[in-house]
Design a protein around this ligand. Sequence first.
Ligand SMILES: Cc1cc2nc3c(=O)[nH]c(=O)nc-3n(C[C@H](O)[C@H](O)[C@H](O)COP(=O)(O)O)c2cc1C
Length: 354
Amino acid sequence: MGILYEKVMRPILFTQDPEKIHERAVVALDLLGRSRLSCAVLERFTRVPHTRPVKLFGLEFPNMVGMAAGLDKNAQFWRAASALGFGHVEIGTVTNLKQPGNPKPRLFRYPKEKAIINRMGFNNLGSETIARNLKRAGAGHKNRIPLGINIGKSKVVPLDKAVDDYLGSFNHLADFADYITINVSSPNTPELRKLQGRDYLDSLLGALRDANVHRSKKLGTAKVPMLLKIAPDLTFSEIDSIVQSIYDHEFDGIIATNTTIERPGAFASIDQTGGLSGLPLQKRSRTVVNYIYKATDGKLPIVGVGGLMDERSVGEMVDAGASLVQVYTGFIYGGPFFASRMANALASHHCTNF
Ligand SMILES: Cc1cc2nc3c(=O)[nH]c(=O)nc-3n(C[C@H](O)[C@H](O)[C@H](O)COP(=O)(O)O)c2cc1C
């Protein structure tokens, strides 16, 4: 199936505008997710032997491979993710205010390098509308696989008002999420990455922790697990400071990494603004994951993401210390059966942490 996609379907699809294909895929997957029968048929092809479920943050992940944020920005097809073989799905990034994102074109493929550059800029319908859609779709009540909701800062909101902006999204969306990811690492929202600095981060994570505790007391429910998603372009001492902030504010884990603003190898001469993902990011993301794993004695759960393009690279990410992995660019290049192929490979992978 993978060969059929790579040799026949992908070359045809890749002749078309990347964002148009994405929009068509969203419509198709939305329809698929609405039909239990279609999902059941697809699952016959994507079945993962579930030999390696992962228990983390009080949740059960049927396999180790998740859909990374950015694929389903508006919560349109998360219900189809399980039928595609994913063990969890992260929707968003959702911002509190609806926003159109950056002008098009803003998504660029580099097939020879197995890479993508994007400067989408958090195009999404806003937290209130997305919460309404999630409610209508029955999210939050026994989601088939854990549903993560990734939240970020609205573009027009200045950094010193960011806390209230994130709190707005948290309050709208927490009821539907199995976990929430705080995104401070997209390169496509001006100044967003400054929120990774200690002072900003402490006030942001502290306020979200307080809101989470308040909500759980009010509703008599458990707190929603909270993760932080970081950039690959940080120094090790910046990572140390972020990890300390995560511990201080009782966050549950870290997602490493988002796209890079570095331009390694062939990309040195490519003049295209945005975040680079896929194969050129692979080594850096794995290094960051391994650094965090060692710095925390393996105690902080890490979701490894960045350049996972095949069975070997997902295995290496787990060996580097990831408890779960996520894929975006690998899914675009590998096709609809990519997640189940990776999950099957990990189910029989013998982890050797290094
Ligand atoms: C087109 C595109 C859009 C993305 N949008 C988001 C986003 O909205 N929020 C986010 O946290 N990450 C976003 N990402 C980053 C991915 O979730 C992932 O962290 C990154 O691409 C590295 O993984 P990969 O090499 O498997 O693609 C996006 C990536 C791409 C390629």
